[in-house]
Design a protein around this ligand. Sequence first.
Ligand code: ARG
Length: 490
Amino acid sequence: MKESGNHGRGTTIRPVKSLPSSPPVRAPRGKQANSNLLRGRFKNPRLPEVEAFSASLPFDRRLYRHDIQGSVAHARMLASVGLLTPDEANEIELGLKEIEREIGSGRFRFHLSDEDIHLAIERRLTEKIGAAGAKLHTARSRNDQVALDLRLYLREEIGALLDLIQALVQSLAAVAADHVETVMPGYTHLQRAQPLSLAHHLLAYIDMLERDRERFEQALARTDVMPLGAGAVAATTLRIDRRSVAQALGFRQIASNSLDAVGDRDFALDFLSAAAILAIHLSRMAEEIILWATAEFGFIELPDEFSTGSSMMPQKKNPDLLELVRGKSGRVTGNLVSLLMVLKALPLGYNSDLQEDKERVFDTLDTLKPLLNLMAQLWPRLTFNPAAMSAAAGGFALATDLAEYLVARGVPFRTAHEAIGRLIGDLTAAGRSLPDVELGELQELSTAFQADVLKILNPAHSLNARKVFGGPAPQTVRRRLRELGRKGVS
Ligand code: ARG
């Protein structure tokens, strides 16, 4: 392999935060550390600015474990089909394991001229073991290699995300179990509508998160496809064994078209879209907590550990954390849109545009993981004010109960709705509310009203009466909580 020489310019890579810190690495470099793995046909080295602009190494370093995992499986397969000797495969495997330790401990010297993590590892391997290292890339291209690495990485990370979602669900379910009878208003148009319970409200979040979980599981299934063997675009003339690689790496499927395998990032889109929907869900949750913590609602008190003061106003207790949760949904959604735009109208096969995929995926994970964790910790630390919640659920929020009382006694719903509407208008004009109404007044509206109507005029009764499947009655909610427990969800 020809060396194009050292262009003598230092370029610095800052360590990635998820890796053990290693000092910034400069390159002017000695002879072995070079960008020459690919430059057989070139006379001149790349411009340093071109090198710096094109490199994915500063961010794809975090794929190093997965890159090595894939290379080990590839080398073993090459040996099994006779393209490597068993000794060569062993040397490669030992060399890769050493490199893994070097990177893990921060001793590895990254050079920007290596372009990406794939070439950095291959360069180092060849430095270490010579000829055998130069055989590792047999029947492989970085095009199928990078697709493999990202899939391996994402498979692991989606697993971690699913655990974090589960932890949040468990935290919500635990709070819900304590508040099955804590009445609060359900809102429509952000106006008090009908009574429900805090537990029922929390179970709504749980249903949303359960759907998120399903979406991530679907994304996981589409990620669990093995692309290696696709080569650059048209597979290989060599007799490789893709099945054994898939088996060694625990993939359930093998990509069935080499052209699609190298250009497909749908799995990343699936992940980013599930992530965006989850982030939007969390933004809605954050917004409700923010609202509940206002003096206007007064439903909750935020824990000090999660609140911020104001630089000017000494009385302030700000929900900054929740505002950031809300705000970060924009960022996570942006990552989805960003990759969609990268893929728009992209010709099939590998194009370097695809290098833009990783930062979107990494940023989404780095954003969502702490966010899920913080929300799971926040819920059990909120102090609820059941008196304020119950008071807000009384009054006119009981109007539908009155209308349905009449319906149960044969009055057409529209007639009942109209009659109660008139009553509400009169009470409002007189500065009164529903629980103050007297039996006589009700009986003037309709002869169907009996003395038993007075006992339905409180939020707890209203809650208890809503027993239908999916409703907020305590017994219904307890059943749902038990069901979630049985499914192992909470
Ligand atoms: N660094 C590239 C990426 O992140 C992988 C190399 C792809 N192949 C190529 N010929 N540039 O997608």
